[in-house]
Design a protein around this ligand. Structure first.
Ligand SMILES: [Zn+2]
Length: 143
């Protein structure tokens, strides 16, 4: 992980135990995340939201129950040590950035939900092929 030269003050309402300033940390996969709250950089989140809106991609945006937080799910990013997994709305600090993200976000969430449903159907079909049962024989411990 590397640090960029750009510094800022994160808008997170969480209590601070370090004074800042904050900076963008470069993840192994190239994503930039806030050094304080872990949010994706707004440009990275915008790019990932556009990917999620593509029905053939394996990028998903999950709106969560919090109005200020979105999860980004990708098969190749199993956890936050590999890349960015969330975005907080305080990292879209200007109208221009907010408007650009808002232009793609509803479609990104809608297509994500469709893709998740397709995956669920595939999993259920696979289970039905196995008769909805545990396989016979179990595991002999060799694998
Ligand atoms: Zn932050």
């Amino acid at each position: 992980m590397g640090l960029s030269d750009e510094t800022f003050t994160c808008g997170s309402p969480s209590p601070r135990f370090t004074p800042g300033p904050d900076t963008w940390i470069r993840c192994p996969n190239g994503d930039r995340v806030c050094s304080f709250c872990g949010s994706l950089h707004p440009e990275d989140f915008e790019r990932l939201a556009k990917e999620a809106a593509d029905k053939d991609s394996s990028t998903f945006i999950d709106p969560t129950t919090k109005q200020y937080k979105w999860y980004v799910r990708r098969d190749e990013v199993p956890n936050a040590s590999a890349g960015g997994i969330k975005f907080y709305s305080w990292h879209a600090p200007t109208d221009e950035v907010r408007n650009r993200i808002n232009a793609v976000l509803p479609e990104a969430v809608r297509v994500s939900l469709v893709k998740i449903d397709i995956r669920a159907q595939d999993a259920l079909e696979e289970m039905a092929r196995r008769d909805g049962r545990l396989p016979e024989g179990g595991n002999d411990g060799t694998d």
